[in-house]
Design a protein around this ligand. Sequence first.
Ligand code: HPA
Length: 247
Amino acid sequence: MTGLLAIIGGSGFQRLGGLEVTAQLRPDTPFGPLSAPVLRGHLARRPVLFLARHGDGHRLPPHRINYRANLWALHAAGAGPVVGLAAVGGITAGLSPRTFAVPDQLIDYTWGREHSFHDGESLPVRHVDFTEPYCPRLRHDLLCACAAAGVPALAAATYGATQGPRLETAAEITRMERDGCDLVGMTGMPEAALARELGLRYACLAFVVNWAAGKTAGAITMAEIDGHIAHCTGQVERILAALAAAS
Ligand code: HPA
């Protein structure tokens, strides 16, 4: 791979098990502070970068994350392929809690986030192609890493990015399902688009931590979500170690 493998940790991944940290980078960016220092280190003896999307102690909600600063900093630190970890809700049949997926498409329902470097101020206006929002090669490598780690994963799915921080209504999920979404999360955009603007190869490793709103009786609880995240942690770490080892 050209450039360092970078991992953006989401909910449950303020740190990454198996990562041996050698440096903490706190670069200035034209967009202000990033969520947390970029950690440089080794995973499966390969050099990697790691960034906790929600910051230390999960202090940043999805709509307050400085996605531009995060992606800029990873690019400046020498990232090539970037894997965004995503704890998500499952919408369509089969996407029950603890299922893994490597999405191939997304639909963006977020609003009001700084979502482009090419806004005519930082950089001149430019319309990047986003037909395939995720890098096919990195998706393929991720799926191979899932297989190597012994974790079954869905090879295609559509990720719907919602604004949060509240969870969705049942009607919103019904609409998203009609739109073609299989998964719902709050941080997949603008992260994927910003990576594309910088020429970074981006893919998402999603793991389901609850049925989306209205898919089961009753409310979604954080205890349920936390329990499924904890269950998936070891598998996520094995997949990433396999990906790093193959890089
Ligand atoms: N909706 C949005 N984001 C999420 C969910 C959900 O149900 N679960 C985990 N992240």
